[in-house]
Design a protein around this ligand. Structure first.
Ligand code: LLP
Length: 478
């Protein structure tokens, strides 16, 4: 089929709408001889039959390998410039106790940004010293808990927090390691970065205020200043924004060294991934090499020692390892002038993936239980919610015979999908299943109608039917 004018410019009609573009899929994804997609050796058909749909599926080997390879690449590149790297997995991308353990197994630390994320990391058995605690409005209770359990670092995000953290650490009779989050004035997104002198945003402290705030931290006997922190954005494809930010931070670092030690520098996270066939993020190994070169050059230029570097990637580790499985409920050709877009509605939507509605995020899709020779048709995959912006995949091509009952898989949903999920329309959050070596197991169960009713104070008796699940769930995923 020729290009459909309703498609975005970047999307061309593929010769074969069954192909799995490698960069988008977990490394174990392939099609069986029968045509079904298999992940971790488990077919989409088996997953749907056993656990129902919608379903989040994580390729365990893929997630572990990405964590291990990222760490190895950064270790090697920063060893080359004479320093070490602490890699923190950004738990906000996806967190469960299992995944926290995979990350620790790979030698990573864990970055949390709420008492809830801290509780999950601790429940996973993560050593508190490996945890970094973030947030622009940590409650007093969160600060108290974090210091009491002995988290490795707290990232101070505002002048007010200096005294709050110092007071809590003092009360617990310990010295708390802290970083100061500064706003470097660089803001990056995908291909571009913006450098403005006065960035107007809620995170971090104003760059020019940092020296006075570091002095205030150093004046607190219950705080130990580790260094600066800066996070310039997320889903960043190139190195330029990181380079600009690192350069600014190291100029500040040089000034701060006059007043005492600054052993570390945390460059944040934000490395991008491919969501569509035209996305082309820099490989992690290239980013590691480029960042090491920049840090080495900037330190040499200023005659300062190369600090220990910390980074906080989330998406690049867990995003490509996850897919979401849906079942098609209805299809509807919608004519717009001369052209037709095929709306394909699935049994999930913005409650399991808010990113298209929130950010206009693009995704890709494939039929998961079969291949087809039918000519490719431009589709929009919509969810089941009462909201016209409830889109899962804004535009892709699928075989034109896509029909009710087909299974669809959307790749690259491992990050910021489950963690941003909601109960809109009282739709329960789907289960998360890990697949590895031909085995599938539930790592977070899905929500049942009972779960959804449980917090309603007006419900006196539990009267949900036997089939009391919010979707058509099968085996004990709920
Ligand atoms: N460190 C800090 C301080 C952050 O705020 C974030 C992400 C990260 C690390 C990890 O960034 P990553 O490597 O995963 O890009 N919900 C949005 C993304 C929000 C990112 C928030 N902060 C999305 O779905 O695109």
């Amino acid at each position: 089929m020729a290009h459909n004018p309703l498609a975005p410019e970047w999307l061309s009609s593929p010769a074969d709408a069954n192909t799995l573009t490698d960069a988008l899929w977990p490394s174990s994804a392939r099609r069986t001889d029968g045509g079904a997609i298999t992940i971790g050796g488990v077919t989409a058909v088996d997953l749907a039959a056993r656990f129902g749909t919608p379903l989040y599926v994580i390729d365990e080997t893929d997630a572990r390998t990405r964590a291990t390879e990222l760490r190895a690449a950064f270790d090697a590149e920063f060893a080359r410039i004479g320093t070490t790297v602490r890699v923190y997995y950004a738990a906000k991308a996806f967190l469960s106790t299992e995944v926290a353990r995979w990350m620790v197994d790979a030698g990573l630390n864990i970055d949390v940004c709420s008492g809830g994320e801290l509780a999950v990391a601790l429940a996973a058995g993560v050593a508190p010293g490996r945890i970094g605690f973030h947030g622009n409005n940590k409650s007093r209770a969160e600060i108290d808990d974090a210091t009491r359990v002995g988290v490795g670092t707290i990232i101070i995000d505002s002048p007010i927090e200096i005294e709050r953290v110092a007071e809590a650490a003092g009360r617990h009779g310990l010295v708390q390691n802290v970083r100061l989050r500064v706003n470097s004035g660089v803001h990056a997104h995908t291909h571009e970065f913006l450098a403005t002198s006065h960035e107007d945003q809620k995170f971090g402290v104003v760059f020019e205020d940092a020296p006075a705030l570091v002095a205030a931290i150093r004046a607190q006997p219950s705080l130990n200043f580790l260094g600066l922190h800066c996070h310039i954005g997320s889903q960043i494809f190139g190195v330029d924004g990181f380079a600009e930010s690192a350069s600014r931070l190291l100029s500040l670092q040089a000034d701060l060294l006059a007043g005492g030690p600054v052993p570390e520098l945390n460059l944040g996270g934000g490395f991008g991934i491919a969501y569509t066939s035209v996305d082309d993020p820099s490989p992690v190994a290239d980013l590691a090499a480029a960042l090491a070169d920049i840090v080495a050059d900037e330190c040499a230029r200023r005659g300062i020692p190369v600090p220990v570097i910390a980074i906080e990637p989330g998406r690049v580790i867990i995003g490509p390892a996850g897919v979401t499985l849906y079942e098609v409920g209805t299809t509807k050709p919608v004519r717009i002038g001369e052209n037709t877009r095929l709306y394909v509605s699935v049994d999930g939507g913005m409650s399991d993936n808010a990113r298209p509605a929130l950010y206009g995020a693009e995704y890709s899709v494939r039929i998961a239980d079969r291949v087809s020779d039918a000519a490719p048709a431009l589709v929009r995959v919509a969810g089941k919610h009462c909201e016209s912006g409830d889109i899962v995949v804004d535009a892709d091509y699928l075989p034109g015979d896509v029909a009710p009952g087909d299974l669809l898989m959307v790749p690259a949903t491992g990050a910021y999908c489950w963690s941003l999920a909601s109960n809109y329309n009282y739709v329960g959050r789907p289960a998360v299943v890990a697949v590895v070596h031909g085995e599938a197991r539930v790592i977070v169960r899905g929500e049942t109608i009972d779960d959804l009713l449980a917090r309603d104070a007006g419900v006196s008796t539990r009267s949900t039917s036997e089939a009391g699940s919010t979707n058509d769930m099968k085996e004990s995923t709920r």
